[in-house]
Design a protein. Structure first.
Length: 229
Protein backbone atom coordinates (compact mmCIF):
# COMPACT_ATOMS: atom_id res chain seq x y z
CA UNK A 1 0.00 0.00 0.00
CA UNK A 2 1.43 3.39 -0.99
CA UNK A 3 1.98 6.30 1.35
CA UNK A 4 -0.53 8.40 -0.62
CA UNK A 5 -3.17 5.72 -0.23
CA UNK A 6 -2.47 5.57 3.52
CA UNK A 7 -2.89 9.33 3.72
CA UNK A 8 -6.21 9.19 1.93
CA UNK A 9 -7.50 6.70 4.48
CA UNK A 10 -7.24 9.36 7.20
CA UNK A 11 -10.59 11.05 7.91
CA UNK A 12 -10.89 14.51 6.41
CA UNK A 13 -13.97 15.47 8.44
CA UNK A 14 -13.48 16.47 12.08
CA UNK A 15 -14.83 13.70 14.31
CA UNK A 16 -16.86 16.28 16.22
CA UNK A 17 -18.97 17.13 13.16
CA UNK A 18 -22.31 15.28 13.43
CA UNK A 19 -23.31 12.99 10.58
CA UNK A 20 -26.45 15.05 9.96
CA UNK A 21 -24.31 18.16 9.58
CA UNK A 22 -22.08 16.43 7.04
CA UNK A 23 -25.15 15.63 4.95
CA UNK A 24 -26.31 19.24 5.09
CA UNK A 25 -22.85 20.54 4.14
CA UNK A 26 -23.26 18.75 0.82
CA UNK A 27 -26.55 20.61 0.29
CA UNK A 28 -24.95 23.95 1.18
CA UNK A 29 -22.18 23.24 -1.30
CA UNK A 30 -24.69 22.61 -4.08
CA UNK A 31 -26.47 25.88 -3.31
CA UNK A 32 -23.18 27.78 -3.20
CA UNK A 33 -22.30 26.35 -6.61
CA UNK A 34 -25.55 27.76 -8.01
CA UNK A 35 -24.80 31.16 -6.45
CA UNK A 36 -21.28 31.14 -7.91
CA UNK A 37 -22.70 30.38 -11.36
CA UNK A 38 -24.83 33.52 -10.97
CA UNK A 39 -21.72 35.54 -9.95
CA UNK A 40 -23.11 36.12 -6.43
CA UNK A 41 -20.19 37.13 -4.19
CA UNK A 42 -21.79 37.03 -0.72
CA UNK A 43 -24.82 35.38 0.82
CA UNK A 44 -26.51 35.89 4.18
CA UNK A 45 -27.20 32.99 6.50
CA UNK A 46 -30.93 33.55 6.02
CA UNK A 47 -30.66 33.42 2.22
CA UNK A 48 -28.46 30.34 2.26
CA UNK A 49 -30.70 28.63 4.80
CA UNK A 50 -33.86 29.22 2.76
CA UNK A 51 -32.19 27.93 -0.40
CA UNK A 52 -30.95 24.83 1.46
CA UNK A 53 -34.29 24.18 3.16
CA UNK A 54 -33.10 24.57 6.77
CA UNK A 55 -33.50 27.25 9.44
CA UNK A 56 -30.77 29.87 9.74
CA UNK A 57 -29.83 28.91 13.31
CA UNK A 58 -29.12 25.33 12.26
CA UNK A 59 -27.10 26.55 9.28
CA UNK A 60 -24.97 28.83 11.45
CA UNK A 61 -24.39 25.97 13.89
CA UNK A 62 -23.36 23.67 11.03
CA UNK A 63 -20.92 26.18 9.60
CA UNK A 64 -19.44 26.91 13.02
CA UNK A 65 -17.90 23.42 12.93
CA UNK A 66 -15.84 24.70 10.00
CA UNK A 67 -14.77 27.79 11.94
CA UNK A 68 -16.85 29.89 9.55
CA UNK A 69 -19.05 32.52 11.18
CA UNK A 70 -19.62 35.01 8.41
CA UNK A 71 -19.44 38.77 8.74
CA UNK A 72 -22.22 40.65 10.53
CA UNK A 73 -24.20 42.70 8.04
CA UNK A 74 -22.44 41.10 5.09
CA UNK A 75 -22.84 37.36 5.35
CA UNK A 76 -20.61 34.65 3.96
CA UNK A 77 -18.17 35.01 1.11
CA UNK A 78 -19.37 32.44 -1.44
CA UNK A 79 -15.91 31.49 -2.72
CA UNK A 80 -14.36 31.18 0.75
CA UNK A 81 -17.26 29.15 2.15
CA UNK A 82 -17.22 26.88 -0.89
CA UNK A 83 -13.53 26.19 -0.30
CA UNK A 84 -14.07 25.55 3.42
CA UNK A 85 -16.88 23.05 2.83
CA UNK A 86 -15.02 21.36 -0.02
CA UNK A 87 -11.96 20.94 2.17
CA UNK A 88 -14.04 19.57 5.05
CA UNK A 89 -15.75 17.06 2.77
CA UNK A 90 -12.41 16.01 1.29
CA UNK A 91 -13.26 17.28 -2.18
CA UNK A 92 -10.01 19.13 -2.78
CA UNK A 93 -8.63 15.81 -4.07
CA UNK A 94 -10.49 14.21 -6.95
CA UNK A 95 -11.54 10.72 -5.92
CA UNK A 96 -11.70 7.71 -8.19
CA UNK A 97 -14.92 5.72 -8.05
CA UNK A 98 -15.72 2.18 -9.21
CA UNK A 99 -19.25 1.61 -10.50
CA UNK A 100 -20.40 -1.99 -10.33
CA UNK A 101 -23.40 -2.90 -12.46
CA UNK A 102 -23.96 -1.29 -15.86
CA UNK A 103 -27.62 -2.04 -16.46
CA UNK A 104 -30.04 0.82 -17.09
CA UNK A 105 -29.36 2.53 -13.76
CA UNK A 106 -25.62 1.93 -13.92
CA UNK A 107 -25.38 3.41 -17.40
CA UNK A 108 -27.33 6.46 -16.28
CA UNK A 109 -24.97 6.93 -13.33
CA UNK A 110 -21.94 6.46 -15.58
CA UNK A 111 -23.17 9.29 -17.76
CA UNK A 112 -23.95 11.70 -14.94
CA UNK A 113 -21.81 14.80 -15.48
CA UNK A 114 -22.38 16.02 -11.92
CA UNK A 115 -19.84 13.57 -10.50
CA UNK A 116 -16.89 15.21 -12.22
CA UNK A 117 -17.99 18.73 -11.35
CA UNK A 118 -18.12 17.74 -7.68
CA UNK A 119 -14.71 16.10 -7.46
CA UNK A 120 -15.46 12.49 -8.37
CA UNK A 121 -14.23 10.50 -11.34
CA UNK A 122 -15.82 7.27 -12.52
CA UNK A 123 -12.54 5.41 -13.02
CA UNK A 124 -13.88 1.91 -13.62
CA UNK A 125 -17.04 0.12 -14.71
CA UNK A 126 -17.56 -3.54 -13.80
CA UNK A 127 -20.24 -6.14 -14.43
CA UNK A 128 -20.75 -9.89 -14.21
CA UNK A 129 -22.81 -10.18 -17.41
CA UNK A 130 -20.62 -11.59 -20.24
CA UNK A 131 -22.65 -9.62 -22.80
CA UNK A 132 -21.67 -6.35 -21.10
CA UNK A 133 -18.06 -7.13 -20.21
CA UNK A 134 -15.76 -5.68 -22.83
CA UNK A 135 -18.26 -3.13 -24.12
CA UNK A 136 -17.48 0.57 -23.89
CA UNK A 137 -19.56 3.14 -22.00
CA UNK A 138 -18.57 6.80 -21.90
CA UNK A 139 -15.07 5.92 -23.02
CA UNK A 140 -14.55 3.23 -20.36
CA UNK A 141 -14.31 -0.47 -21.11
CA UNK A 142 -16.51 -2.56 -18.83
CA UNK A 143 -14.33 -4.92 -16.79
CA UNK A 144 -15.31 -8.33 -15.44
CA UNK A 145 -16.27 -8.36 -11.76
CA UNK A 146 -13.62 -11.04 -11.18
CA UNK A 147 -11.04 -8.31 -11.87
CA UNK A 148 -12.39 -6.12 -9.05
CA UNK A 149 -9.38 -6.37 -6.74
CA UNK A 150 -6.97 -5.56 -9.58
CA UNK A 151 -9.12 -2.62 -10.70
CA UNK A 152 -9.29 -1.17 -7.18
CA UNK A 153 -5.50 -1.34 -6.83
CA UNK A 154 -4.89 -0.07 -10.36
CA UNK A 155 -6.99 3.09 -9.92
CA UNK A 156 -6.46 3.59 -6.17
CA UNK A 157 -10.21 3.39 -5.62
CA UNK A 158 -11.65 4.06 -2.16
CA UNK A 159 -15.33 4.50 -3.14
CA UNK A 160 -17.56 1.89 -4.75
CA UNK A 161 -21.06 2.39 -6.16
CA UNK A 162 -23.42 -0.59 -6.28
CA UNK A 163 -26.01 -0.63 -9.07
CA UNK A 164 -26.48 -4.39 -9.10
CA UNK A 165 -29.53 -6.64 -8.58
CA UNK A 166 -30.55 -7.24 -4.96
CA UNK A 167 -29.39 -10.84 -5.01
CA UNK A 168 -25.83 -9.88 -5.93
CA UNK A 169 -25.43 -6.82 -3.71
CA UNK A 170 -24.00 -8.44 -0.56
CA UNK A 171 -21.49 -10.54 -2.50
CA UNK A 172 -20.25 -7.52 -4.46
CA UNK A 173 -20.16 -5.47 -1.28
CA UNK A 174 -18.01 -8.13 0.38
CA UNK A 175 -15.66 -8.14 -2.61
CA UNK A 176 -15.29 -4.37 -2.44
CA UNK A 177 -14.43 -4.50 1.25
CA UNK A 178 -11.94 -7.31 0.69
CA UNK A 179 -10.32 -5.27 -2.08
CA UNK A 180 -9.78 -2.34 0.32
CA UNK A 181 -12.69 -0.06 -0.56
CA UNK A 182 -13.78 1.83 2.56
CA UNK A 183 -16.83 3.78 1.33
CA UNK A 184 -19.81 2.29 -0.52
CA UNK A 185 -22.88 3.91 -2.06
CA UNK A 186 -25.62 1.31 -2.46
CA UNK A 187 -28.36 1.74 -5.07
CA UNK A 188 -29.38 -1.92 -4.88
CA UNK A 189 -32.89 -2.41 -3.42
CA UNK A 190 -31.63 -4.41 -0.43
CA UNK A 191 -29.87 -3.82 2.89
CA UNK A 192 -26.24 -4.92 2.93
CA UNK A 193 -23.87 -5.21 5.88
CA UNK A 194 -20.32 -3.91 6.09
CA UNK A 195 -17.56 -3.91 8.76
CA UNK A 196 -17.40 -0.95 11.18
CA UNK A 197 -14.50 0.70 9.31
CA UNK A 198 -16.51 0.92 6.06
CA UNK A 199 -18.92 3.79 5.51
CA UNK A 200 -22.14 2.77 3.77
CA UNK A 201 -24.80 5.03 2.27
CA UNK A 202 -28.00 3.70 0.74
CA UNK A 203 -30.07 5.33 -1.98
CA UNK A 204 -33.51 3.70 -2.09
CA UNK A 205 -35.49 5.36 -4.86
CA UNK A 206 -38.63 3.31 -4.17
CA UNK A 207 -38.55 4.24 -0.48
CA UNK A 208 -38.24 7.92 -1.36
CA UNK A 209 -41.30 7.62 -3.62
CA UNK A 210 -43.19 5.88 -0.82
CA UNK A 211 -42.39 8.79 1.50
CA UNK A 212 -43.70 11.23 -1.11
CA UNK A 213 -46.82 9.07 -1.47
CA UNK A 214 -47.39 9.37 2.28
CA UNK A 215 -47.22 13.16 2.08
CA UNK A 216 -49.59 13.22 -0.89
CA UNK A 217 -52.04 11.01 1.03
CA UNK A 218 -51.82 13.29 4.07
CA UNK A 219 -52.40 16.40 1.96
CA UNK A 220 -55.41 14.80 0.30
CA UNK A 221 -56.86 13.83 3.69
CA UNK A 222 -56.33 17.36 4.97
CA UNK A 223 -58.05 18.80 1.91
CA UNK A 224 -61.05 16.50 2.42
CA UNK A 225 -61.22 17.48 6.08
CA UNK A 226 -61.23 21.18 5.22
CA UNK A 227 -63.89 20.65 2.56
CA UNK A 228 -66.11 18.86 5.05
CA UNK A 229 -66.00 21.73 7.53
Amino acid sequence: MTASRDARRKPVVDARVPEATVARLATYLRVLGTLADRSVATVSSEELAVAAGVNSAKLRKDLSYLGSYGIRGVGYDVTTLTEQISRTLGLTVHRAVALIGVGNLGQALAGYAGFASRGFRIAALLDADPTRVGTEIRGLRVRDIVELADVVAEHDIMIGVLAVPAGAAQDVCDRLVEAGVTSILNFAPVVVSVPPHVHLRKVDLAAELQILSFHETRKAAAALSEAAQ
